[in-house]
Design a protein around this ligand. Structure first.
Ligand SMILES: [Zn+2]
Length: 309
């Protein structure tokens, strides 16, 4: 038995498998990412507390003797165990390593992979079908988000995906759809672009705001950021049904039919969710980066095909 294993045993530390599972649960709790842990990071203590580790266990250390340099290096035992567990998760491709994630996010973080996401959901008895609604990052989805948010804006953009029907893998398109949702919601800071409504679920696991397609899927609309806009449920419905549209300068146009609505329609108390948009020249809330604003080709299509004058 190695010195390290002996120490783990002597201090009655949890097994590596148990720590791996605790890490997966912690990753899910923290939105799919955990900062590369140096000793003293909050997460190191958080997981130690999950196991109810005593002060004695938390402060135990390993000594490595470097004979040549004639010095002794000390490393915290608990920290080493955490690192071993994370390393093993990376070998099983359940997480991406901080060096790998850095290429995507410029941050040194451990991030769940799709495989790790599934495994973490299994540990918490959450059905995988819920994946699409959970704001949890995964390496594969982040790759799509990066691609969606950073591709150069095309001058002559087509919001239609003609090849959609022949898309080969369902999994691929599910990941793309999640990438679309996440890229759009994040670009609009989780707020409705029309009313600014921002709220999440009590467990912080999902946002009320939705990533709406300007050219809908049913008309072969693409999962591109230029064909997306973040809207609350109510304004998403009104946009899809044709009550609202956008002009090229991103001001909101409301159907003239709004004037013939009975006074008690479209109201929540004093708030009139359609009439509030008919105030002249109200511009939607846009992401700061103009490269990712909705494309004119998509909003023109919406005006001509969905909007009711
Ligand atoms: Zn809204």
């Amino acid at each position: 038995m190695s010195y390290e294993s002996k120490m783990f045993e002597q201090f009655a530390m949890p097994t590596r498998k148990q720590v791996e599972q605790a890490l997966l649960r912690a990753l899910l709790k923290h939105g799919g990412i955990i900062k590369e842990f140096g000793a003293g990071e909050e997460i190191v203590d958080e997981i130690a507390s999950d196991f109810g580790l005593t002060e004695h266990q938390r402060s135990a250390f390993l000594r490595t003797v470097y004979r040549k340099e004639n010095r002794v290096k000390k490393a915290l035992l608990w920290h080493r165990l955490l690192f071993r567990a994370a390393d093993s998760l990376a070998k099983e491709k359940l997480v991406s390593r901080p060096t790998q994630t850095f290429q995507l996010t410029n941050k040194k973080e451990w991030m769940l992979t799709e495989k790790g996401f599934d495994e973490a959901l299994k540990l918490l008895n959450i059905p995988t079908a819920k994946k699409i609604f959970l704001p949890i990052k995964s390496y594969e989805v982040q790759k799509i988000v990066k691609q969606l948010s950073e591709s150069p804006r095309p001058e002559n953009y087509s919001p239609f995906d003609k090849g959609k029907k022949v898309r080969k893998a369902m999994v691929e398109s599910a990941i793309r759809t999640r990438g679309f949702r996440q890229a759009v919601i994040e670009a609009y800071s989780c707020k409705c672009a029309i009313c600014g409504m921002k709220i999440n679920s009590p467990d912080s696991l999902s946002w009320e705001v939705e990533a709406a397609h300007i050219v809908p899927h049913s008309s072969l609309g693409r999962d591109d950021i230029w064909n997306g806009i973040a809207l609350c449920h109510l304004h998403h419905w009104a946009f899809d049904i044709g009550w609202l549209t956008l002009l090229d300068n991103y001001t909101i146009q409301v159907s003239s039919q709004v004037h013939s609505l009975p006074a008690d329609y479209g109201r929540i108390g004093d708030y009139e969710f359609l009439r509030v948009c008919s105030i002249k020249n109200t511009r939607i809330l846009l992401p700061s980066k103009s490269e990712i604003h909705p494309h004119h080709n998509a909003i023109r299509w919406h005006r001509q095909n969905i909007f009711h004058q």
